[in-house]
Ligand binder design. Sequence first.
Ligand code: PMP
Length: 282
Amino acid sequence: ALCHLNGELLPLREAKISVLDRGFIFGDGLYEVIPVYGRRCFRFAEHMARLERGLAKLRIPNPHSRDGWLALARELVATQPADDQLVYIEITRGVAPRDHVMPEGLTPTVFVMTNPMKPPSAEQRHHGVACVTARDFRWERGDIKSVSLLGNVLARQISADQGAVETVLFRDGWLTEASSSNVWVVHEGALLGTPKSGHVLEGIRYDLLAELCAEVGIAYNLRPIAESDVRAADELILTSATKEVLPITRLDGEPVGHGALRGKPGPVYARLYEAYQRAKLE
Ligand code: PMP
């Protein structure tokens, strides 16, 4: 596969960066993962807006315009056989002698690759997925899509060790998100999400779900969600670029939901999934 590194198109296995890259030394960089459907970037402007916000927070100059990024992504997408792909962009502060202080005037390192999309299986869509919970022990700048992902890696492994798909995190008894997804609660027919703050990454699906909910007539509310509300939810839903919307049907081994739908994907999920598939084609 081909990738882009600092303005050069080259085979992925030949792409090399310096050991003094601040991405390697400090995790001092940002990334984006952009889904591509039918060779078109989905919600590209929203990904760019998040990237621009993150770069400004880290005081890293943006190496490309939005059109420049789009051209890079398109060039790579065209080299791949799959119509549906995931474009990965990484920008680090650049290469410098090791010192915590941000050096002035560095040239950021820019890396772009693309991989075939690996959507959830039909089985996962049909039956929903199992998740486990853990305390959110990550830092308080989760709004930054940082490549420093050790907290997320440690969190994800808790569920991986138990054969589950995600680790749902609680900070002081309040829902934050999962290790690489946002988490949504259905309560009395309404979709509830955690307010945007430093404790969660603002997934591109935050605003997308708000739009889809408005379209299909589901109430959408961001408010603090207690752990007890998560455990009593009618439905639980994961979202991310790769998972799109995906129902959680078991949490810590307990079936999610009530009555006939206990342990099964629910109606709000089904409507959002359908609306999501329509949005992909627009
Ligand atoms: N939270 C975290 C910690 C993530 O890493 C991600 C992205 N994988 C998300 C939420 C979901 O964001 P998006 O919808 O933009 O993929």
